[in-house]
Design a protein around this ligand. Sequence first.
Ligand code: ZN
Length: 306
Amino acid sequence: MQLSDAEIREILIRRKREKKRRLRQRRRRTLIILLLLIVLIFVLVKVIGHGGKGSGKDKKSAGAAASGENRGIIFIDPGHGGMDSGSDDGNERYEKDDTLKLGLAVRDKLEALGFTVVMSRTEDELVDRTERGKMANKAGAQLFVSIHRNQSDSGGQGVEGFIPKEDDKNSRLLGENIMHFLGKAGFAERTIRAGTLGDPNDDYEENAATEMPSVLIEVGFLSSDDDNYRFDNNLDQNAKAIADAINYTFMLLHEPDAAAEYAKMMSQTDEACNTALTATGEALSGLNAIQSRAADGTIEGIDPEA
Ligand SMILES: [Zn+2]
């Protein structure tokens, strides 16, 4: 079949149009990828920028430990031990084992932060409760933390603590900080009370003997499956929370400049999280706009009819 000149011209024009259409598509795709990259880089710079500041300071305090600096003495008391198994979950899970596991992990974190840590026990042995407080006094400890786990038949959850009946502000500060930091790690926050559960004018034996700020902290309930899950699956994070709270309390009491810097860093971390969330939200809505404009072919700089 012979094509007329007009038909040949028509075919050539169609081919040219097709070529232009493909070119347009390619340019559109390139522009979208470029815009996505810009958004991604923007978000990354924001997040890394803030994260970098925080980790720089972390390195600084870790450096203190590496240089062998002894910032202070902390006494860690893993509750119960030996014949005294403490609470149990009715299924051969004992408080004395949980407190030792967590206590040893807290010790490691504190040593990495430059502290000397003295412990009431590092294995499954019975130590007199009053003796634990006296051991801390003898060691010249500046803070005393007794680690326990709670039990309740009526379904309690979360962290609570007991400080000496005098309700001194430094013991309260230590207790509140540990509770808040564990709260950030996922536990419910209950309360810090002076005295014992049944009597505000009585003391648990450990708190009765101590001569420094001291708290007996209940890290969740052994009788709660949810708390046991938090305890088991976040052991490292929980140990870090307690060590960071002790570190921050120590700074507030003995290193005011470092405490101010640390508080600033904590608020910057919160701020960085919020900024990253906002930036991600903006990036997503920007992406939606780009997609819908690409769909109807009205992206700036590209004339769909060209
Ligand atoms: Zn206990």
